[in-house]
Design a protein around this ligand. Structure first.
Ligand SMILES: Nc1ncnc2c1ncn2[C@@H]1O[C@H](COP(=O)(O)OP(=O)(O)OP(=O)(O)O)[C@@H](O)[C@H]1O
Length: 255
């Protein structure tokens, strides 16, 4: 089995006359935390949206575990084990915390309408299993006490953890996190770093991360790709990226 989980080659994306992503190539290994950094407008989110099935790229190829997923819509991409969070948390804010985790499992549950109406043994069992998994994830994320609260009423840091739980409960092989530290306080950022480490170690999930918080990026990533104006300008280990003069000029120098 190859060590490459996600392989992106020659990826380009245009918005009218603007080439937002210009022949980007990178790969994410199994169990790896791979971060994409770069100044505002560099094209990071556009890469994410292409990989996650939210945009159809103008050209290029995206393969998950050797299977071509280029241009597939996000719900199909998810079936290949690739799920994401959003820059602005997206939850069902009027549902409870627990309900959010139950809804997330619907695509993989036995949801055949007739079986549901007849409440077959198989259907009841999959409902039970879904509830058990949801409670396990609430425990894991430290959200058990909030199970019956409306998701929209949780503190922001808790909403972010719930969003990550909602992804993880579908048992992805690649978790894409879009600026997960945005809006978090220093303690929550530290907890987020521990959480990412733990998810990788305990569940073997690979993580593709976009993040502006350099301390989180440097602390949690195995490799980092730096983008500027739609192009990757460097890819490497955190220590190499930190000392790369092109990177300092393009990005870190701004800090
Ligand atoms: N839907 C869109 N329509 C038109 N232009 C867009 C669209 N999305 C992004 N762009 C443009 O594409 C370029 C890359 O944007 P993108 O959001 O991918 O950058 P980014 O690196 O994620 O920035 P940030 O760090 O601010 O989130 C920018 O010039 C942006 O204005």
């Amino acid at each position: 089995m190859s060590n490459t989980l996600l392989e992106v080659s020659d990826l380009s994306m245009r918005f009218g006359g603007l080439l937002a992503v210009d022949e980007v190539a990178f790969s994410v290994h199994r169990d790896e935390v791979f971060a994409i950094i770069g100044p505002n407008g560099a094209g990071k989110t556009t890469v994410f949206n292409c990989v996650g099935g939210f945009y159809k790229p103008a050209s290029g190829r995206i393969a998950m575990d050797g299977k071509d997923i280029t241009g597939m819509p996000s719900h199909k991409v998810a079936l290949h084990g690739l799920v994401r969070t959003f820059q602005n948390v997206r939850l069902f804010k009027n549902l409870t915390v627990l309900e959010n985790l139950l809804v997330a499992q619907h695509a993989s549950m036995e949801t055949n309408l007739l079986k549901g109406l007849l409440k077959t043994a198989g259907y009841r069992q999959s409902e039970k299993d879904a509830l058990k998994r949801a409670v396990e994830w609430l425990d894991f994320m430290g959200l058990r006490d909030y199970a019956n609260r409306e998701a929209g009423n949780l503190a922001y840091g808790h909403q972010r953890r719930l969003e990550i739980a909602r992804c993880m409960i579908t048992q992805p092989r690649l978790l894409m996190l879009d600026e997960p530290a945005a809006g978090l306080n220093p303690r929550e950022k530290h907890e987020l770093q521990q959480l990412i480490d733990q998810l990788r170690k305990e569940f073997g999930v690979a993580v593709l991360l976009i993040e502006h918080d350099m301390s989180l990026v440097m602390g949690v990533s195995d490799r980092i790709m730096v983008m500027e104006q739609g192009k990757p300008i460097a890819t490497g280990l955190p220590a190499d990226i930190r000392s790369d003069p092109r990177v300092i000029k393009a990005y870190l120098g701004e800090e």
